[in-house]
Design a protein around this ligand. Sequence first.
Ligand code: UDP
Ligand code: MG
Length: 352
Amino acid sequence: MNEQPMPGPIRRTLAAARSHRPELSVIVPAFNEGENVDALIGKLVPVLEGCVSSFEILFVDDGSSDDTLERIERFAALDSRIRALRFSRNFGKEIALAAGLDHAQGEAVALIDADLQHPPEILKTFVARWREGYEMVYGQRVDRSTDGPLRRWLTERFYRLFQRFGETPLPEGAGDFRLMDRKVVLALRKLGERARFSKGLYAWVGFRSIGVPFEVQERLHGTSKWGLHKLTRFAFDGLSSFSTLPLKLATYFGVAISIFAMTYAATMALRTIIWGSDVPGFPTLVVSVMFFSGIQLVFLGIIGEYIGRIFAEVKRRPLYIVAEEIGGEPLDDDEPEAPHPARTTARARQST
Ligand code: UDP
Ligand code: MG
């Protein structure tokens, strides 16, 4: 902008008015959350009405098989500020968030879970911080007592590992509950990765960030959709996309074992020269053959995981497929920055 500098809040509200953009978009990924939709909208709308001039609530229905979509449609028919994208199938929360970011129109965009574990009132603080000039305001969970002990332990291990070996430091306790300025959203749209570890991506794009502590609530209805298996995959996605340590481990092991083998060979040679040779050593042979084949298979597996991810990236499939867009009104001006080519939806492709 080439006008006189003016205070952040006024500038943003003016920008929102000029472009007919809502001041805030709230993205809600929802997978079989039918029971929570009414309560969420009931809490969210008054909070938003109290803290921003205009807003939209954008649900991303991630292939739900219950009545999530019908319930959202009912609200969307009455209120144009509520809209939804329906995925053609379940693509996972991370991808649902990416789709939300691609379609959100607000000057700021907030992400919130549908199960009311993220208290909507905190959005007021998020907005206040954003108006102070922070471009990324993230919720920091103060305790994880709503997770089971195993999940808590594994999560802690994972963060330790990531802190040590990841390329990008992750802020403590920061999750998906956050608010971002449009600038950050445009930056995130340019990242076209398939294996999405959004916590890492948020940290990677940078920007002026601040944490806001909050207490995670119990889920209102239903159970967590993240099984141990999904979480493990997610953890490996995180590590493999932000660190090459697993690949380097192979080199370290290889070097260590080679040094050991050479020392052993030298000792053996000396022994043979001094005391002559004898046949025993069969168990040593078997054990070492098995040990080395094991190590080799493990590292082949790790390399395979990376190749699998590279393969997924080079296939260049769209990240998600929007089957239907529900509610809302199109903006006057078209989105200035197009999403990454790999992230255009199947529908967008057809129309170009
Ligand atoms: N979710 C989703 N797709 C999935 C799994 C979850 O959109 O495949 C949504 C879910 O509806 C909720 C949010 O992601 O709004 C967080 O999911 P959940 O509560 O199951 O995870 P947790 O709170 O245990 O991390
Ligand atoms: Mg939850």
